[in-house]
Write a protein of this length. Sequence first.
Length: 570
Amino acid sequence: MKDIKKEIAAVIAGAVEGLDAEGVEALIEIPADSSMGDYAYPCFRLAKTFRKAPPLIAADIASAISGSPLFEKVQNVNAYVNMFLSKEEFAKTTVDEVLEAKDAFGRSDIGGGKTVIVEYSSPNIAKPFHIGHIRSTVIGNSIYKLYDALGYNVVRINHLGDYGTQFGKMITAYRHWGCEEDVRREPIKTLLSYYVKFHEEAEKDPSLDEEARETFAKLEKGEKEEVELWQWFRSESLKEFSRVYDMLGISFDSYAGESFYSDKMPAVLDELREKGLLKESQGAQIVDLSEWNMAPALITKSDGSSLYITRDIAAAIYRKKTYDFYKNIYVVASQQNLHFQQWFKVLELMGKEWYKDCIHVPFGLVSLEEGTMSTRHGRVVFLEDVLNRAVEKTREIILEKNVNTESADETAKTVGIGAVMFQELSNNRIKDYTFSWDEVLNFDGETGPYVQYTHARACSVLRNAGADIEKLAAGHIDWSYICSDAAYGLVKLIYRFPETVAEAADKFEPSVVTRYIVDVAQGFNKFYHDEHILTDNEDERNAKLLLTFAAMQTIRNGLALLGIKAPEKM
Ligand code: ARG
């Protein structure tokens, strides 16, 4: 997209001696009140250079640039130069760019093919894939799409929690009370019930804990029976996870989870020892972090078994070696802030300068209206159940409202699942929020269904016009028909899409895109209501149809960055 700020800065620097374009560009603002212009240049800081009062400077600059074809009007108000773009020129530039790029509108090659790792979802196997997991899964997926759109080469990793002492408990529980058939029929719910039972029983009989520890030690040593059971739990769990990923339309390039690093830990231990970083503490091996006011990093337990943090260190080193990443991004709950601070510090102490390229992207808690969840007590809401319920409820609404759709089933899936994802991506990620059915399925307001519906409305306008967009775009267009507040306001919004994508990626914040597409949807609806698009005046109709197409395409591309589909009818 043409960078308007840059162009304005060039015009000002070209017309006024003593100003350089870069310095001007840095100061140009977009006034909150559009009656003060599309762009404004404040002259306060120029008093020294020009030895004049800022309002006088502003007046000089305004008259020097007012002849530029870029502007329709230039005014000075106090110390500001207020610039009104030539609407026709701006509308033409913006809409042409969308028509040219289509699905690629918003994409760029800022990333230059550099490799970025995005690690997300990463559930624990043999444990429920619950509503809490939606956060990392959906936010991470959108961050992947944002970086992909910016021309980075993105590697998507699911760092499965498929290792650790809990598997000692699980195997022990299975041996005492397990039933193979039950596990095959309903793996996670069954394994979860064993886990719950284990904790109940272990309270009465602590020797179970001892047995579980020994079992995990055997698993770490690679003993056949333990490994086989563990592998079976893992593959059954993955089957369940995949069902949910399919529903969400999410995939990964690698499922290298914690277990993948079990044979890579001894080398890490050696290196830590060599560098004099390991200390013994009550039989355990730690890295002392007291100098940085952090609890020590526990590297191995007294029985020699490895820990979560050790596997993270091994994984980061492996990833640097394998992918030579430019950035290594972890989309993980803010509850783990300390964990990431600790092991990033360990990498730094190991002399791995690239620790700076490891980024923890935290997010807040999701809670339930009925109270908190607890895996140990079996109080969980399964993500799959939530998605199925969203689809079911959406289906009811579709049938009730007699929605125009080719397949009620397909639309219910797209809209129901889209609604859940959209709400997940609506708030700043760091905010805690309470999952509420009423809000997810509130189809009015700033929701996924509202945006999807607006997109379908634009599609239907284009369909009804029977227009051939390619042919229109190639012909002469009279952009003076795109000058009303509603039409021009919509153009201004569309223009901002590429910079919105860059900002969202920069902040690791998909909600920047979510809020933006709500604005575009509202902008289109205002245009649709205020103006007659399919008028008899052909020139007017053609210009408005192209704007409609551009709005439709922008909403569609924005939804795609959130991982949400945009149905053409609904
Ligand atoms: N499996 C962990 C959990 O469910 C999340 C893993 C986060 N990623 C990491 N590299 N530590 O809490």
